[in-house]
Design a protein around this ligand. Structure first.
Ligand SMILES: NC(=O)c1ccc[n+]([C@@H]2O[C@H](COP(=O)([O-])OP(=O)(O)OC[C@H]3O[C@@H](n4cnc5c(N)ncnc54)[C@H](OP(=O)(O)O)[C@@H]3O)[C@@H](O)[C@H]2O)c1
Length: 177
């Protein structure tokens, strides 16, 4: 079981643009070959910050059948009271990521833990030595600003494990910590 930060980034290192939009990403559709679904099937629990959660809640009804896309528990970090997306297994948490990681590991069992984002939250898992891997899909665009991929100076360089071309617009880079 690994804890993985899996996210799509612009070439200049942003995971959303200045308006919290992902249009720059979705204009290309999903990488072929059930790329996202294949990863999601390896995951037993996931974590995200409230901006990402609220973006999903506000955006999902416009997509597909409007249902929450994940069957595994989603741990949402927030200091506020937020509504639970109908039918979703949402656990609101706050503060130190370490006890939350323990709860996630208990839920995930032998499956992976997915840190969805944002970048600062992924950084908190990294700071606590809980992040094992980065899987980043670099998209062939630049944004000039927005939510950063990983607003941290690494303690030491990551180890590049693989580079894979996904269609024309995505390059997947896998790194171990
Ligand atoms: N391209 C991709 O693959 C990808 C992946 C993920 C997200 N995104 C997008 O990127 C953007 C990320 O937004 P973001 O950088 O603002 O990050 P975020 O992590 O989604 O949300 C940050 C907020 O979460 C809450 N939070 C974070 N850590 C916390 C903690 N330890 N305890 C309590 N609350 C905590 C805080 O808000 P409150 O306390 O006020 O609730 C904080 O302001 C979103 O637009 C999202 O849609 C893109």
């Amino acid at each position: 079981m690994k804890t993985i930060y899996f996210a799509a980034s612009s070439l200049d290192g942003f995971i959303s643009d200045k308006n919290n939009s992902l249009e720059w990403l979705f204009q290309f559709g999903e990488p072929k070959g059930n790329y996202i679904e294949n990863f999601v099937n390896t995951v037993g629990a996931l974590a995200m910050g409230s901006t990402t959660y609220e973006w999903m809640c506000n955006s999902l009804p416009g997509f597909g059948d409007g249902k929450w896309p994940y069957r595994v528990p989603a741990f949402v970090f927030t200091n506020r009271e937020l509504p639970v997306y109908s039918g979703a297994d949402i656990r609101f948490v706050k503060g130190d990521v370490r006890p939350v990681h323990q709860m996630m590991a208990a839920e995930a069992k032998d499956k992976h833990i997915w840190i969805v984002g944002g970048g600062e939250l992924a950084g908190k898992f990294y700071d606590a030595h809980l992040l094992d891997e980065f899987i980043i899909q670099f998209v062939s665009v630049t944004l000039g600003g927005g939510a950063p991929l990983f607003p941290r100076k690494l303690k030491k360089p990551l180890k590049l494990e693989s580079v894979q071309r996904l269609d024309q617009e995505f390059a997947e880079l896998r790194y171990s910590v």
